[in-house]
Design a protein around this ligand. Structure first.
Ligand code: ATP
Ligand code: MG
Length: 232
C-alpha cells in the first residue's frame, strides 16, 4: 500500500540544511498496523505528511498503492486524501468556528454524502470515541483530550482504507487511551491499514510492527527481526 524508495526530505532554514528524512526505504502492506517511534525531531511527522500526500519528497520516490504520487495533480491528491486517508494530526487541526459535530461532518460534505446519512455517520463516529455529549461545543471550549477524540472521529467517519495518526493518545488519560487503542485494533481487524506515531512504548507495543526513527533514518524495524507481535 505504501512504499518509500530512498526517500529524503530536506528543510532549509537560515542557510542550514536539515535532513528530516535521510534515504528512507520501507514498505507497508495493506492491513498492517504499524507503530512509528523515535525521539522528538527524528522525522516521524515528516514521514506521516509524506505518506498522506501532504508534502512532497526532496528526492527518492513515494508510491501509494503502487503509484508514484508525483504522477497526480493537486486535485487528484485532494481526492485521494478524502477518499482513502483518515488523518489525526499532532495539533488536531480542528476548526474553532465550527462545532465538533460540524468538524466531524466536513469530510463527508466534501465527499458528497447526503445529509441524513451524514448525521448517522457523525453520530456513530462521535459515539465510538465517547464524545456524543460534547457534539455541540466548539473545539476551543473542550479539553485537549476531547479535542483529540474529535480529531479521531473526523478521521474515521469516512471509513478510510488508511489511517495516519500522529500521537493520537498523547493527550488522553490511560483509560481513554486504552479505549482508543481498542478502537484502532478493531478498525485494523476490519482490514484498515494504520500507521500510528507514538512516544509511548506501551502504546507502540499494541501495534503489530514497530518502526523506530533516529535522525531521519530507520534505526530499527521489527518486521526485519520477527513477524507478528512487535518484540521491543
Ligand atoms: N517546516 C519545517 N521547516 C524546517 N524544519 C522542519 C520543518 N518541519 C520539520 N522540520 C525539522 O525536521 C526534523 C524532523 O521533524 P518532525 O516534525 O518530522 O519530527 P518528529 O519526529 O515528528 O518530532 P516530534 O516528536 O517532536 O513531533 C526536525 O529537526 C524539525 O525541526
Ligand atoms: Mg511530530
Amino acid at each position: 500500500m505504501i512504499e518509500f524508495n530512498d526517500v529524503s526530505k530536506l528543510y532549509e532554514t537560515d542557510g542550514e540544511t536539515i535532513h528530516a528524512l535521510d534515504h528512507v526505504s520501507m514498505s507497508i502492506e495493506k492491513g498492517e498496523f504499524v507503530g512509528v517511534t523515535g525521539s522528538s525531531g527524528s522525522g516521524k511527522s515528516t514521514m506521516m505528511h509524506i505518506m498522506g500526500c501532504l508534502d512532497a519528497v526532496t528526492s527518492g520516490v513515494y508510491l501509494l498503492e503502487g503509484q508514484p504520487i508525483e504522477n497526480y495533480s493537486e486535485n487528484e491528491l485532494a481526492e485521494i486524501r478524502n477518499r482513502k486517508i483518515g488523518f489525526i494530526f499532532q495539533n488536531f487541526n480542528l476548526l474553532n468556528r465550527m462545532t465538533i459535530e460540524e468538524n466531524v461532518e466536513l469530510p463527508l460534505i466534501y465527499r458528497g454524502v447526503r445529509s441524513a446519512e451524514r448525521r448517522r455517520l457523525v453520530g456513530e463516529a462521535l459515539g465510538q470515541v465517547g464524545l456524543s455529549d460534547r457534539r455541540k461545543h466548539t473545539p476551543n471550549s473542550v479539553s485537549g483530550g476531547q479535542q483529540q477524540r474529535a480529531a479521531i472521529a473526523r478521521a474515521i467517519v469516512t471509513d478510510p482504507a488508511l489511517i495516519l495518526a500522529d500521537e493520537p493518545t498523547g493527550n488522553l488519560d490511560s483509560r481513554t487511551g486504552t479505549d482508543i487503542m481498542t478502537l484502532f485494533s478493531e478498525l485494523n481487524a476490519a482490514g484498515r491499514t494504520i500507521v500510528l506515531i507514538t512516544h509511548d512504548a506501551g502504546v507502540a507495543a499494541q501495534t503489530h510492527r514497530i518502526v523506530r526513527l533516529a535522525d531521519g533514518h530507520i534505526e530499527e524495524d521489527s518486521k526485519e527481526t520477527k513477524n507478528g507481535a512487535a518484540i521491543f
